[in-house]
Write a protein that binds this ligand. Structure first.
Ligand SMILES: [Zn+2]
Length: 198
């Protein structure tokens, strides 16, 4: 189920997945939220409109980007929790995101203060998070169990049992890693049962 709002014009879960996957995996991987120009390129690449008078204009873009990256970590942490992993998420930097109610059309939260793409996307992401979290499909928003992956996806499997972003890549890699680990310890029985139960 996808709910569209006038802005940003993307479904809640799709927005959460898009924000979460602006960076993933090991440190040093590309980060689309590394700077304001990259953030704007990423947003435009989603095919979404800029807010009416939006653009990274505030002088504190670095602070806004840090807030958005923290929000990204929150989404990934919650998505990991939906996949059976507990993670600690530091939300202190989110205290800098002040929001105001916008009840003009679809009720939503907007960034308080001057128009700013980064903060508007942050506010839209918070709104999407609150709405998606309240829907029955919330547990399907997951982060891949692959340690060097953590790709966030919506599990569309029939019984919501998908644990990996892509079985062909992360799933098989994890299985073969656990096979090797067990084989090294000489526990052939465990290895065989891991292989059989996969
Ligand atoms: Zn993965």
């Amino acid at each position: 189920m996808v709910e569209l709002t006038a802005w940003p014009g993307i479904g809640d879960e799709d927005l959460l997945v898009a924000v979460a996957n602006t960076a993933h995996g090991e440190p040093g991987e590309p980060d689309e939220l590394a700077d304001a120009a990259g953030m704007r390129t990423w947003w435009s690449g989603l095919g979404l409109a800029l807010p009416a008078d939006g653009g990274p204009r505030r002088p504190d873009a670095a602070e806004s980007l840090a807030m958005l990256r923290a929000l990204r970590a929150v989404i990934r942490g919650l998505a990991l929790r939906n996949n059976g992993f507990e993670t600690e998420v530091d939300t202190a930097v989110l205290d800098g995101l002040t929001l105001r109610l916008d009840l003009g059309g679809t009720p939503s939260l907007r960034a308080d203060g001057p128009a700013d793409l980064i903060r508007d996307v942050g506010a839209a992401t918070v709104t999407a998070l609150l709405r998606a979290n309240a829907r029955p499909g919330w547990p399907r928003l997951k982060a891949c169990r692959g340690e060097d992956c953590r790709w966030v996806y919506v599990d569309a499997s029939r019984n919501a049992s998908r644990r990996w972003c892509d079985m062909a890549a992360c799933g098989n890699r994890a299985k073969s890693a656990s096979f090797r680990r067990r084989h090294r310890t000489g526990d052939a029985t465990a290895a065989a049962s891991a292989s059989a139960s996969a």
